[in-house]
Design a protein around this ligand. Sequence first.
Ligand SMILES: [Zn+2]
Ligand SMILES: [Zn+2]
Length: 223
Amino acid sequence: MATAMKNTATKDMCDMCSPKQVIAIMSCKGCLKDMCRKHFNEHRDKLSTDIYNVSDLRDNILQELQIAIDRASKSPHTGTALQLSKQIDEWKTKTIERVSQAAKEAHASVECLFSRKLEYDQVQQKVDQITNELKEQQESESFVETDIDHWMKQLKQLKSDLNRPSQVETNPPVLQIQSIDWKSIIAISTSNENYDKLSQNLFEQGILYSLSINYSQTALRLQ
Ligand SMILES: [Zn+2]
Ligand SMILES: [Zn+2]
């Protein structure tokens, strides 16, 4: 049996006791150190403390995460996000107002183009004038052939004016609408290029992202 046993010279020594020569009875598969009984016990104790620290830090992170989640659920938009949301709402209101205004102006143009009120008012005025002349001349019986010719000529002209088709009937107007590029009309930019350019200014304002709003040349024109 004695020949089968390692002698002291070939045995592994405790790395912790080194340079003191103490025979190692265990080795750690993690750090690959050979250790005596005393040092192996200490080593395991240290590892137990270390794993406790890992759990402790994990618990701490979970706690912070829960606090962050609770805070976010109470007020999902804070600081920059809140400011951006406000700007988006302002853009929305302004854009709706501008669209309504453009539609209103287009409606007014249609109304104006198709209305013949001015024309009819003029015919009415001329007929009224002739009525007065006729009444006057009939009462005084002072009319002659030239007056009759004159009235007839005027009335025929008015009749012809009245029956003439309007300009919008002979040449109907068309609606021209420029399409809006909804993908580029409003965008949140986070590119570095923009960030560099705007960072100074935005930092002062406490805004970290830039919001670009472009009003396209929306034209509602009636020909
Ligand atoms: Zn040792
Ligand atoms: Zn170890």
